[in-house]
Structure formats: structure tokens, C-alpha cells
Design a protein around this ligand. Structure first.
Ligand code: C5P
Length: 218
């Protein structure tokens, strides 16, 4: 079973993916991690984020263990990591270099402890359109920019990161624009995706919408 969950930042993809991964024993691939790893590596090495060739070179050399190591850095999940990821993810050579790693994950899906999974939940922007166009179920999860910015702002506060709601909203809008308008794999629902707007729903209500869709595919 392969499920793809695409949509803009802080729409609820991660929470839904974790829930489905546990309930149906599916491995979880948060594909934003590959772009965050490349973006953060650029930042940490002082490389200009506009340098497409350097970004592609880092992407070609990136391994799964390196990505996991970079994910421990405090800026991996911060605004700095998110903006850097959004910039490098617009480069077609970066995307093509990172595609195989993402697709290969479904060939032998395993959990972190090495045990076998029943399939994969992919979370990202293009997992239903490019990474896994033959997925069993495709979801496109979205919410208004204001609702998503408030969710992300609260997450940052909980993690002790200092920022303001206005700054988070501004970053979110600029990231949405860049992700939606890039020429390579722009953020958009697959034609056969089910679109779910979570602006007015809590997580239990979202899950109640999704479970029957998954059960229908089992
Ligand atoms: O989902 P996350 O916020 O971690 O993604 C960081 C950035 O990586 C996104 O803003 C987007 O630019 C990029 N991304 C992408 N394609 C994916 C996943 C993430 O372009 N499948």
C-alpha cells in the first residue's frame, strides 16, 4: 500500500502521515527532508543558495544516513532550513538528483529498527504527481495561510524558538509562492488526488475523513 500526502507547509501532512503509518504499519518518508538536507548543507558550508550547480552537486552526493545526521541540526526544522529547502528545491537538477532516493524507499519499505513495513506513506509537495504517480491513494491536504502560520508559530514557541506570528506568516506565503510557481514539479494536486481542507477541522475530524478512503483501498 502506498499513500501520498501532498500540500503546503503546516497543512497537517506530518500528523496525518504519522497516524496512518502507525495504524497501517506503513513506513513514513517525509520527503521535505531531502531538500532541507541540501539547503542546510549549503547554509552550513557558506555556499550561496543561488548557486544551482553547487546545490545539484550536494544533492547528487547526499546519502540517506547523511540526511538523518543533518536532521539533528537545530536549523533543520527552523525557518532558515525551510527557506533554504524551498530555494534549492526549485532547481530541476536538484530535484532529479534526489528522485531516485525517494522512489527507492518504496522498493523495500522498512521502519527505523529495520523491521518490514506494509508499504509507505510519502509526505511532500510532488509525491503523488512525480515521486509515486502510481500510489494507491493520493491526498492533497491544505488550509488557509493564516491557519497554517498560526499552527507553525505555536510549534516554534513550543520548541523554544523565538519568532513572531507575522514573520512566520510572511515566510509561509513566500514559500507557498515559490513552491507553487516553480517550473519543476510545482505544488499542485494530482488529478486523482482527494483534496482535504483542514482549516476548519481538528485532527480527529481530518482522520475521520481519511480512514474510509484508506479502508476502501485495502
Ligand atoms: O515539507 P517541508 O516544509 O519540510 O518542505 C521544505 C521545502 O522542501 C518545501 O517548502 C518545498 O520547497 C520543498 N519540498 C519539495 N518537494 C517535496 C517536499 C518538499 O519541493 N516533495
Amino acid at each position: 500500500m502506498i499513500i501520498t500526502i501532498d500540500g503546503p507547509a503546516a497543512a497537517g501532512k506530518g500528523t496525518i502521515s504519522s497516524y496512518l503509518s502507525q495504524k497501517y504499519k506503513l513506513a513514513y518518508f517525509d520527503t521535505g527532508m531531502v531538500y532541507r538536507a541540501v539547503g542546510l548543507q549549503m547554509v552550513l558550508t557558506g555556499t550561496d543558495l543561488q548557486n544551482k550547480e553547487a546545490a545539484a552537486e550536494i544533492a547528487r552526493k547526499l546519502t540517506f544516513p547523511q540526511m538523518m545526521e543533518l536532521s539533528l541540526h537545530p536549523d533543520f526544522r527552523s525557518d532558515i532550513g525551510g527557506q533554504a529547502a524551498s530555494i534549492v528545491s526549485a532547481y530541476p537538477d536538484v530535484r532529479s538528483a534526489l528522485l531516485k532516493m525517494q522512489q527507492d524507499f518504496a522498493l523495500n519499505p522498512v521502519f527505523a529498527d529495520g523491521s518490514k513495513a506494509n508499504g509507505v506513506v510519502y509526505d511532500g509537495r510532488d509525491t503523488g504527481t512525480v515521486v509515486c504517480p502510481h500510489a494507491d491513494l493520493k491526498l492533497f491536504v491544505t488550509a488557509s495561510a493564516e491557519v497554517r502560520a498560526m499552527r507553525r508559530y505555536k510549534e516554534f514557541l513550543q520548541k523554544g524558538m523565538s519568532t513572531s506570528y507575522d514573520k512566520v506568516l510572511q515566510d509561509m506565503v513566500s514559500r507557498d509562492q515559490r513552491d507553487s510557481n516553480r517550473s519543476s514539479a510545482p505544488l499542485k494536486p494530482a488529478e486523482d488526488a482527494v483534496i482535504i481542507d483542514t482549516s476548519e477541522l481538528n485532527i480527529d475530524e481530518v482522520i475521520a475523513v481519511i480512514i474510509p478512503l484508506v479502508e476502501a483501498k485495502l
